[in-house]
Design a binder for this molecule. Structure first.
Ligand code: GLP
Length: 236
């Protein structure tokens, strides 16, 4: 594991985008595992700059996102599909047909999860997985539990996650209580993992996740077992 602490969110974003850019340049048909939340926004802005100035070409890239709220369509501005379209996909030359986000409105969510894992397998797995981390240690929406779940699955969001994510919604009651998330198998099988976190409020959970015991109570701690993990943290 490489744990890199930097002095600003801007620097974190430039470094993270640099790692993703290197992946895109060295393997133009990479499968990128992408994340939502506030942390990756700066990284995506840097990637857009790279596209605009002609350094990066996403035409052969495929993306698979980690998760989606159950019950929100892609047109809902709180959905993760909407987030990805509006923070990245619309501004680069990725082929929309090669961007995958779990469908939180599928009639059969268990079948949707199985199909999502099958899709990732068919694509040959993820080359580089970008992650954020929740205050309770969740990655994607893999919440603290008694065991790690391997497959893409539906989760009940924990109170603290609903609370933390309510800042993006008009009211707390609008936050969905369930989500569909990639499980640990696709994340751990990614060839490289890049986790970004910023803010003093993430300090304690990073300490637990990367310097404490490996336990499903701190889902991100499983990443300590990943052979190619980079964590970039900025307290400011
Ligand atoms: C959400 C997402 C996670 C993300 C987390 C942290 O719950 N499902 O993938 O890592 O938020 O978000 P932020 O980066 O805003 O702290």
């Amino acid at each position: 594991m490489r744990f890199i602490q930097v002095e600003s969110y801007e620097k974190l974003s430039r470094m993270a985008a640099g790692i993703i850019a290197a992946q895109v340049i060295s393997k133009p048909d990479s499968v990128l595992g992408l994340a939502t939340g506030s942390s990756p926004i700066g990284t995506y802005k840097e990637l857009i700059k790279g596209f605009e100035n002609g350094d990066l070409d996403f035409s052969e890239i495929t993306s698979v996102n980690l998760d989606e709220y159950v019950g929100l369509t892609g047109e809902n501005d709180q959905s993760y599909r909407y987030f990805m379209n509006n923070n990245l996909f619309y501004y680069i030359n990725i082929n929309n047909e090669n961007t995958f986000v779990p469908n939180g409105c599928a009639d059969d969510l268990a079948a949707e999860g199985a199909a999502y894992d099958e899709k990732i397998k068919e694509l040959g797995g993820i080359d580089l997985q970008l992650l954020g981390i929740g205050l309770d240690g969740h990655i994607g929406f893999n919440e603290p539990a008694d065991f790690f779940t391997k497959e893409t699955h539906v989760v009940d969001l924990h109170e603290s996650t609903i609370e933390a994510n309510s800042r993006f919604f008009a009211s707390r009651d609008d936050v969905p209580t369930k989500a569909i998330t990639m499980g640990m198998m696709s994340i751990m099988q990614a060839k490289k993992v890049l986790l970004i976190a910023n803010g003093a409020n993430k300090k304690d959970i990073l300490q637990k996740a990367f310097f404490g015991p490996i336990t499903p109570e701190v889902p991100a701690s499983i990443l300590q077992l990943h052979p190619d993990l980079t964590v970039i943290y900025s307290e400011n």
